[in-house]
Write a protein that binds this ligand. Structure first.
Ligand SMILES: [Zn+2]
Length: 400
């Protein structure tokens, strides 16, 4: 777009619309980061693209923008983190408004990424712009935007690598807010101070294939997996912890592929995913689940085996103790909405799980009700409120 058509950094609504018009379905950049760079640079941000490639994965564009002191300064460094990529539109014919048209209607801004989470990126920008206008570039610290194009994808070439690069060159972050759409029903009603971990396990269960008429000569793998499923789901894994729901385990598929009516299958493949709380590490949990599986398998007798074909941990759980950062952000929210946010650890994973290894982090953003759905939308008033909350966060964090 010609620079004369650039949205202003202090107009969250127009900047969100411009970002939504970039069709940055993961892992495509589609001009979203380029646009952001053009808006942030005049505000004083030093913009740096951190694009990563790795064999066997998609190339990903990321943007790191920083204003204020450089890494050798003594001031504190506050980071806003987020993602410019969006999930696919899904069934296009179900959308009542073009997913990338960024239309305003009935007080809402519609479009893929409006809630998750281009609106928050625009709000980071407006909040920073307003803060810098008040305090000037020498406010005694640093503000950064860490924006990845790989959150909705495999998250290999995004936030993790950016954080690693920053750490390698001695750039420390003191606190971070991720702009995921954490509000539940009403803007400001919820923030996330942790997330459950996620692990997916592929099982291959083997018995002995045989003629159904000769049960003494076979070892039905379907019966084995049934016993294993029972052993995993009948008893709860835990009762939850102070801040987390109980760990959940869901089988997502059980595949036999047997079309014969007279053959008992000898092999079954199955997959389950577990969302686990802070009582576990993925390693501890896997050991516990294996114990249940092996016990159930042994109980059936015979020589049936269970193979753990693949174990994929997409994130450990993380939790930020209620403390200075949580209080600061909750206070900023209350100053804008008049209400206290619930401190929650529910929902899927987010990049906060990577950031938690480096500094205190929490998540706060728009109402997430429509995220990943058709007709994704966000309230226009909410966008403005979000920019105010983020500005209040900066004011409080860098209180003179
Ligand atoms: Zn998101």
């Amino acid at each position: 777009m010609p620079d004369t058509m650039l949205p202003s950094g202090t107009d969250t609504v127009e900047l969100t619309r411009a970002l939504v018009r970039c069709e940055s379905v993961t892992p495509r950049e589609a001009g979203a980061l380029e646009l952001l760079e053009k808006v942030l640079t005049p505000l004083g941000f030093r913009c740096e693209r951190m694009d990563f490639t790795e064999k066997g994965t998609d190339d990903v564009a990321n943007l790191y923008a920083r204003v204020g002191q450089d890494k050798n300064g003594n001031g504190k460094h506050f980071c806003f983190a987020g993602h410019s990529d969006v999930v696919p539109v899904g069934d296009l014919s179900s959308w009542t408004i073009g997913p990338f048209a960024a239309e305003l209607s009935a007080g809402y801004l519609f479009g893929r990424g409006a809630a998750d989470m281009k609106g928050a990126i625009a709000a980071f920008t407006e909040a920073s712009a307003r803060f810098l206008k008040k305090r000037g570039p020498n406010f005694g610290g640093a503000i950064s935007l860490l924006i990845t194009g790989d959150e909705e994808g495999p998250a290999i070439n995004g936030t993790t690598k950016m954080l690693k690069r920053l750490a390698e060159r001695g750039e420390k972050i003191d606190a971070c807010v991720v702009g995921e759409p954490t509000s539940s029903k009403k803007f400001g009603d919820m923030m996330k101070i942790g997330r459950r971990g996620s692990m997916t396990v592929d099982l291959v269960v083997r018995g002995v294939q045989g003629h159904v008429g000769y049960p003494e000569r076979l070892d039905n793998a379907v019966h084995r997996i049934s016993a294993i499923i029972e052993a995993l789901v009948r008893e709860p894994i835990d009762q939850g912890s102070t801040h987390f729901q109980p760990t959940s385990l869901q089988f997502t598929t059980v595949d036999v592929g047997n079309s014969a009516t007279n053959i008992a299958p000898g092999v079954v493949k199955a997959r389950f995913n577990t969302r686990f709380n802070d009582l576990w590490t993925s390693q501890k949990l896997l050991a516990h689940l294996k114990e249940r599986i092996e016990q159930a398998n042994a109980k059936l007798g015979g020589n049936g085996t269970v193979e753990y074909a693949k174990v994929e941990v997409s994130g450990e759980s993380f939790y930020t103790q209620p403390g200075p950062l949580v209080e600061l952000v909750a206070g900023a929210i209350e100053s804008v909405t008049g209400g206290k946010p619930e401190l929650s650890t529910t929902g899927g994973t987010s990049d906060a799980r990577f950031i938690a290894r480096y500094c205190p982090v929490l998540e706060f953003g728009l109402v997430g009700e429509s995220m990943h759905k058709v007709d994704e939308k966000t309230g226009v008033a909410d966008l403005k409120s979000l920019a105010q909350v983020y500005e209040a966060v900066l004011d409080r964090f860098f209180a003179a």
